[in-house]
Design a protein around this ligand. Structure first.
Ligand SMILES: [Zn+2]
Length: 227
């Protein structure tokens, strides 16, 4: 009887956990002072009908291209409070960088996330795979079902989720409002949610006075999260 109760408590704690980062020891070779990863789309100009909510930063135009959507995902990651990782779009022409670019070809060799549409008949949604040298992540390949080109929400949800995996997030075991959850509703959650952001912050903890980077369950409550 006692044993069963203990088991239940352990099960409850496990199921209540928020973000999951199963392999924290496997890392990109980045740090707070040297913190860029690059997202390289196979095709840059695919047009997505824009169906985002009126509160979304991409609201307004009737269609956008995938590069704009990827840039918006990067902005979400880059604006996570107390997280140091930075994402940037791989330049179309590495010899002719856009203003403000942080791109360096030597660094990008081992710090690129590729994003490509695959064969829809062979894919159930999206897929990402990280590649390692020892415990260092040296690349990540995302292949997704091009059906998501039917709208910006679908694209942001699918590719944002897979970029979460590339950064080291797993699926949380609860039904909280998380882009990494199996249970997220794409109509409502198509961008990184507080639980996902806490996970990224935990993996890439910027040195900010007064901020603890301990892994903490959110229990579905995100009020303590500061943006
Ligand atoms: Zn997943």
């Amino acid at each position: 009887m006692k044993k069963e109760r203990l088991l239940l408590i352990i099960l409850f704690i496990f199921m209540s956990l928020g973000f999951r980062v199963p392999f924290k020891e496997y890392r990109w070779d980045i740090n707070e002072a040297n913190n860029y990863l690059w997202i390289k789309p196979c095709a840059r100009d695919i047009v997505l009908p824009n169906d985002v909510d009126s509160s979304d930063p991409l609201y307004g135009s009737t269609a956008i291209i995938v590069t704009t959507a990827l840039n918006s995902i990067a902005t979400d990651v880059n604006s996570i409070f107390a997280s140091y990782v930075r994402l940037e779009i791989y330049p179309a022409d590495p010899n002719n960088l856009p203003p403000g670019s942080h791109f360096e070809i030597a660094k990008a060799q081992n710090r690129t996330i590729t994003v490509c549409a695959g064969d829809p008949s062979a894919l159930a949604g999206g897929h990402s795979q990280r590649f390692f040298e020892g415990k260092e992540v040296v690349s990540c390949e995302i292949i997704y079902d091009p059906t998501v080109h039917r709208g910006v929400k679908d694209y942001l949800a699918m590719v944002g989720h897979e970029i979460g995996h590339c950064l080291g997030l797993d699926h949380p075991q609860d039904i909280s409002d998380s882009l990494m959850s199996y249970y997220s509703d794409i109509e409502k959650t198509y961008r990184l949610a507080p639980d996902d952001k806490l996970g990224i912050r935990y993996l890439y903890p910027a040195n900010v006075p007064g901020v603890s980077h301990k892994e903490e369950a959110t229990y579905g409550l995100s009020c303590a999260y500061k943006k």
